[in-house]
Design a protein around this ligand. Sequence first.
Ligand SMILES: [Zn+2]
Length: 87
Amino acid sequence: MSEFDLFARLGAGKRDFDEPICSRAGCENPAEYRIEWNNPRIHEPGRIKIWLACGEHLDYLRGFLESREILVRVHEMSDDLDELPIT
Ligand SMILES: [Zn+2]
């Protein structure tokens, strides 16, 4: 591998890291929403799990969590992280 190729690969890896993608299996769209959820049966209280969703899969992923009553809240990716206690 030439030095040029090495830098190209490092650059590609960094780009993947910087651009979060949708959590839906098989989807590689850029994430537009942050879905926060907590399952009290498997997580300690107050622990927040985050899924990322593109516009296309927001309704699917949110519906999945809502039907199990473990959805906490949905934010746009550009929103600041919400550190408020869960009520
Ligand atoms: Zn998606």
